[in-house]
Design a protein around this ligand. Structure first.
Ligand code: NAD
Length: 370
């Protein structure tokens, strides 16, 4: 049997620990099956780490994250820590992980489960069968570019500045991740930028085209202006397979694509860094949703986004595609059977707790693996 995989579990705040508890049960399920085994460490992040360790991410936790095969994170933040200065807030823990692990490729799938087609605000025929992946550049561009700031002008008015900046290597590495994903899926990649009005857009298009010609001619590459892409995502989202785009456009397009599927409680994500010499990538898996303080501690949270993030970990960090398929099929079957947490239930319909949803997925895994 291969060596145990090292997982670092960071439940975080609010509903984070509640949804992560269901992932812990799934880890135990895989351990029992003995096809893959895990060494799990658990630690604090966000507000819980501020309270427990005095900082949103302790140095020792950062070291464990760097050494892990994958990190699973719940969510961070909440009203208790809202008044802290910006550089001490719970979110700094997550930002530190992303920065020091150099997680430059953010994968956000948008899959519309047939059973939840009615939860989307779009017509069923537009979203039914939807399965797309947005790859967002996560560590460069407008959110990090210098100069930045707000300055006083001599006439007493003020000026705010942010800088959009990208280099060849930054574009190349995220493009490569997207091409490789497209190759594993339906072989189509759409690159979105604003080459009509931005120099970074011109460079983005040229570099993506060059990587394509040099390494990925088997993948079909198209280019689209990001504003058109936003429109096409609601007009006819099924025309896309994989979309690659920069940090800011990706922020917007991935949220838009996510909502095509109906509920925040269903959306997983992965953030990947470069592979080392053994092929191991730094990686962090987390649901798209936050800590949901309005329902925290009530057993109402939907654990499926967290469980689907675990499935992404099996696929992208551990190369266990069949096991990832197993988890995704179990989730699909549970939804087909009508099991619903409150966030995805029709008005007046019966709902189950976080733990009952987790249990239903595990029971389905038992059936599928029998
Ligand atoms: P949120 O995602 O926590 O909640 C938005 C709404 O969706 C709420 O009504 C919530 O009850 C519901 N919801 C979210 N996840 C759900 C789930 N799994 N099951 C059922 N319902 C769910 O966003 P928010 O309210 O804007 O933020 C709350 C806190 O979370 C803030 O402190 C914010 O900073 C933090 N946050 C953290 C992350 C992260 O850690 N990555 C992301 C977003 C927000």
């Amino acid at each position: 049997m291969p060596a145990n995989k090292k997982l670092l579990i960071l439940p975080g705040d609010g509903i984070g620990p509640e949804v992560m508890a269901e992932v812990r049960r799934m880890v135990d399920w895989f351990d029992r099956r003995q096809a893959v085994s895990f060494d799990v460490e658990e630690d604090l992040v966000g507000g819980a780490a501020i309270d427990g360790h005095g900082a949103p991410l302790a140095d020792a936790t950062m070291e464990k994250a760097m050494a892990a095969d994958a990190v699973l994170l719940g969510a961070v933040g909440g009203p208790k820590w809202d008044d802290l200065p910006f550089d001490q807030k719970p979110e700094r823990g997550l930002l530190r992980l992303r920065k020091e692990m150099d997680l430059y490729a953010n994968l956000r799938p948008a899959i519309c489960f047939d059973a939840l087609v009615e939860a989307s605000t779009l017509k069923p025929e537009v979203v039914s069968g939807l399965d797309i992946m947005i790859v967002r550049e996560l560590t460069g561009g407008l959110y990090f570019g210098e100069p930045r700031g707000i300055e006083e002008l001599p006439d007493g008015t003020r000026r705010g500045v942010n800088t959009q900046v990208y280099t060849t290597p930054e574009i190349e590495r995220v493009a490569r991740v997207a091409f490789e994903l497209a190759r594993k899926r339906s072989g189509r990649l759409c690159s979105a930028e604003k080459a009509n009005v931005m120099e970074t857009g011109v460079l983005w298009r040229q570099e993506v085209t060059r990587v394509h010609a040099a390494e990925f001619t088997d993948v079909e590459l198209t280019h689209m202006y990001a504003d058109n892409c936003a429109m096409q995502l609601v007009r006819n989202p099924k025309q896309f397979d994989v979309i690659v785009t920069d940090n800011m456009f990706g922020d917007m397009l991935s949220d838009e694509a996510g909502m095509l599927t109906g509920s925040l409680g269903m959306l997983p994500s992965a953030s990947l860094g470069d592979p080392d010499e053994t092929g191991r990538r730094q990686s962090l898996y987390e649901p798209v949703h936050g800590t949901a303080p309005d329902i925290a501690g009530q057993g109402k949270a939907n654990p499926l986004a967290m469980m689907l993030s675990f499935a992404m970990m099996l696929r992208y960090s551990l190369d266990l595609d069949a096991d990832a398929d197993l988890v995704e099929t179990a989730v699909k079957n549970v939804l087909d059977a009508g099991t619903r947490t409150a966030d995805i239930a029709a008005p007046g319909a019966e709902t189950v707790s976080t733990a009952a949803m987790g249990e239903a997925v595990l029971a389905e895994l038992d059936k599928l693996a029998a």
